[in-house]
Design a protein around this ligand. Sequence first.
Ligand code: SER
Length: 585
Amino acid sequence: MTSNEVRKKYIDFFVKRGHVEIPPAPLVLENDPTTLFTSSGMQPLVPYLMGEPHPKGKRLVNSQPSIRVQDIEEVGDNRHMTFFEMLGNWSLGDYFKAEQLPWIWEFLTKELVLPKDRLWVSIFEGSKEVPRDEESANIWKKLGVPESKIFYYPAEKNWWSRSGTPEEMPTGEIGGPDSEVFYEFAQVKHDLRFGDKCHPNCDCGRFLEIANSVFIQYRKGKDGKLEDLPQKNVDFGGGLERIVTAVNNDPDNFNIDLFQGFIKEVEKVSDIPYGKNPGGDRSYRIVADHLRASVMLISSGVLPSNKGQGYVLRRLVRRCVFHISKIKGSTKLPVIRNLDKFEYPLKLKSWSEISSVIDDEANKFSKTIDRGLRLVGKISPFGLFQTYGFPLELIEEALAEKGQKVDKNVFKKEFEKHQERSRTASKGMFKGGLGGHSETEIKYHTATHLLHQALRNVLGEHIHQAGSNITAERLRFDFTHPSKLTDEEIEKVEGEINKKIDENLKVTREKMPKEKALKEGALAFFPERYPDITSVYTIGPLDNSYSKELCGGPHVAYTRELGRVKIERQESVAQGVRRIYAVLE
Ligand code: SER
């Protein structure tokens, strides 16, 4: 079965059961400064899981392009990926466990014809606050899953929220216990290095998680305890690539059709077929995965840079260059043909557009490699990693050539510290997502809308938002404008914003069809990225507004809550793009 067939079967299966197919969210949320990427299908649905009525009803389905970079170091085995598609179905306070689990079972065993005896399931074992999920266990038993294939796990494995276990959930975060289905590759023998006994969550490669039904029924309360949501929801997610891998009964994810175009081109560059390289398959897989993810990011408008999404893209391309050089000894990246052969729920740019970005970055890195190599032995291995983006493997090889050894423990410690810092940063960003913006960040968000409009009024309508980033300390706003703002212009912009703050304008959120919003003149610089029914924020009277933008929110209720806005500095970001930093006082 092809990936396209599996995706279609899944969507059709749930549409037949009363679900409406909704468009996927963009991979990169340009106007949501709180998160880097969409990493699960539920992310854009948080308000609806919390009780707000969804315009398309209570049963939804889609396939969501997603990126998870936390596991980037794991890519290279036969099942980890950075970019993947997540098949998802949702019940927004409608059906629950008694429908969801039998449907997933039916989909896997009847539609995809996966042998029942290869399917194992996991259940939440319970905690102080939430009971053991016997209800799900009984449903699985009724469906014919033998007790020997039902495993109970703690919250680390069978609880899902965007930030992890109940203890890790910030106030306002939603989540719940989940029940997963694993496919067993009977041909893979347990590897004792991963423990004495094999079980569904064992990492030896015998089991692959293919389905996750989350029962989102809790929210973290202000007192730190879980409280019931007004409705019980189902949030299902299953990785398309992994499901196809199970359908093929071949434990190597990279043998599925979606990766073949990439693997074949890597083979062409190396002249050695995949699976036959004496150096192993790891580099082939890394290049295939990272190139595919780069295609998706560049198609979503990301360019390599030192921060945020751009930094992730930079890292992906650099690792590709390094691993190509490991396979072949040259840094020439493969040309990906037939990109349009697969249907992705994401519009891809042409390879020529994509490769001009990739090649540019790859060339830069090739030069950095040379510069970095000259510094080997002069600066610390971790310095090489941090400053020049050298992966550890490269540093080890380079030092070995120069007759030096990397003290892996020292490097590891430094690296862990670095990872912890990045994790904290990205968690902070995620935590600030739809469920949990801090009060200050919300104020900055509204201030950004005021700034945007004031810039357009003072400088002209050629001003378009080109980027936005908010922290609890400041707002940063990029916009199209050819020249440096004069002191007088800055004063005018600042004055206008503060005048609007003093007028204490009401901020109104409305849901409306995208077309209507655009007709009414709402600002939207990536209109194709918004769903058909979208939310619009208006500042000032609805019939005579000061500002109107398509936006996911949230915002303050009245502008006076902002206090005072001060523009701190400006700089140039690229030709024709300026950046302003502003603070609230
Ligand atoms: N949100 C869950 C996950 O990402 C299920 O969709 O696994």
